[in-house]
Design a protein around this ligand. Structure first.
Ligand code: PLP
Length: 445
């Protein structure tokens, strides 16, 4: 355990004082660089993303048959992009801050198979593993129709292998459902904040769920331990996985095509601001990486965290990354935003992305519940609390003369901006659970 001197840390990084006070606060990265300068620190490049694209393409015929809800898109797991003008007006009125430009929603909440952003990274990592095992065993060739993975012979083959993962809920759902469908034995180590319905759904898919009274960090450690010394068990390491990261990064090219299809430009005079809810960092980090690679320096990426779990804001702003946890400065890591209930950020993502992330901010659970209700009333879109974290971002950027100056953004450019809130989950929340969420907002939309 590191000993953290909070007073010294606050002295050097005033933002830490705001985090300890559990204030809703914003941190704009003074050390942001261009993609060209930041890329070497990521250690991954265009060819890695292209390989991930190609792999997902190979699996598409399989996925289209294995999961009915991917059939319409030919086995490609992608989410809709929608304008939310009514929500934009509600936010402007409620928060007393105009949002320059147009507000859009990226509905990863409605991704097939698991209804969250984890359907990108989690599923991708399982597919990478399955493909490697089957290729090595000579049971599959890259040119094959991967629908053959549905045959009993292949399912029996995967049945000799195990997958383990620690999760606050959604990662377990994605890996569990995908892994079990292929034939693997999957064990998900669930932290205390994981919702009961997610555990029940996993068990219904034949996944073993181990429950902990502790938080995400403990669930991951237990998963890691259980997998150790078992050569037939893959431990999916959410804190360090490059594979997960690449699964998320594929979103960049996909979004670029969606923006083009609906006529939205991204260039110097038309900046794109993207607001990504952040837990351990793999999801938002991978998506941000993919977006910068696909769209360049005029896409600005912000990570959004609960005031009680600001691990990435803390790690990046201090440069301590995974050498510090929110608990080290007296923050409890207790939040209704279960997907974001992470006390220690991924060291890999923090270091890889510290020059490419444009800022981080925090918001309270109450704010997430308020906006959950406003979105439901204004647009009839229902999300889980975590997925609302991005919704506070446009005000933060539009209200910050400092940020706009730092990036040389004029009023005219701001007026042309697109603000994209990444809705990361909630599409599969049962109605009675959703009614509970909707009852929590303080101010009705
Ligand atoms: C996991 C998750 C996130 C954040 O992803 P990380 O990779 O943990 O940073 C955001 N929203 C939801 C709903 C999630 O499940």
């Amino acid at each position: 355990m590191t000993q953290i001197d909070s007073a010294a840390l606050i002295q050097a990084h005033p933002i830490v004082g705001e985090l300890i006070a559990l204030k809703e606060t914003s941190w704009f990265n003074p050390q942001f660089t261009t993609l060209a300068e930041g890329l070497p620190y990521v250690g991954l490049g265009q060819q890695d993303i292209a390989a991930a694209h190609a792999r997902l393409q190979r699996f598409a015929p399989y996925l289209a048959q294995a999961f009915e809800d991917t059939a319409a898109s030919g086995g490609i797991i992608e989410s809709p992009l929608e304008p939310i003008p009514a929500m934009q007006r509600v936010l402007e009125q409620r928060l007393g801050q105009p949002i320059n430009g147009a507000l859009w929603l990226k509905k990863d909440s409605h991704l097939p198979i698991s209804g969250s952003i984890k359907a990108r990274g989690g599923i991708y990592e399982v597919l990478v593993h399955a493909e490697k095992l089957a290729l090595d065993a000579g049971l599959l060739q890259e040119g094959d129709d991967y629908a053959k993975l549905l045959t009993p012979a292949l399912r029996d083959f995967f049945g000799q292998y195990r997958i383990a993962v620690g999760s606050t809920g959604n990662l377990g759902m994605s890996i569990g459902i995908m892994g079990a469908r292929l034939g693997f034995h999957v064990t998900v180590h669930m932290s205390a904040d994981a919702r009961a319905w997610k555990k029940a759904r996993l068990r219904a898919h034949g996944v073993t769920v181990v429950e902990y009274q502790e938080d995400y960090g403990v669930a991951v450690e237990q998963g890691r331990k259980a997998a150790q010394g078992d050569p037939r068990c893959l431990f999916i390491d959410d804190e360090n996985s490059r594979t997960l990261f690449l699964g998320y990064a594929v979103a960049g090219e996909r979004l670029k095509a969606q923006l083009q299809a609906q006529g939205t430009r991204v260039d110097r005079d038309h900046p794109l601001f993207v607001y990504l809810p952040c837990g351990v960092g793999g999801g938002p980090g991978g998506v941000a990486f993919g977006l910068k690679m696909a769209l360049g320096d005029h896409v600005h990426c912000f990570f959004a965290e609960p005031t009680h779990s600001p691990c990435m804001t803390l790690g990046i702003s201090t440069g301590l990354h995974d050498a510090i946890a929110v608990q080290d400065i007296g923050i409890d890591n207790v939040t209704a935003a279960d997907g974001l209930a992470v006390g220690r950020a991924s060291g890999f993502v923090g270091r890889a992305m510290q020059r490419l992330i444009d800022g981080c901010y925090t918001l309270s659970d109450e704010s997430m519940y308020d906006m959950l209700g406003w979105l439901s009333a204004a647009e009839n879109i229902q999300l889980e609390p975590s997925a609302l974290a991005g919704m506070a971002g446009p005000q933060r950027v539009c209200a910050s003369a400092y940020y706009q100056r730092l990036h040389g953004l004029s009023a005219g450019q701001m007026q042309n901006a697109t603000h994209l809130v990444w809705a990361t989950g909630g599409g599969m929340v049962p109605p009675e659970e959703m009614a509970g969420y909707l009852s929590k907002g303080r101010v009705r939309g």
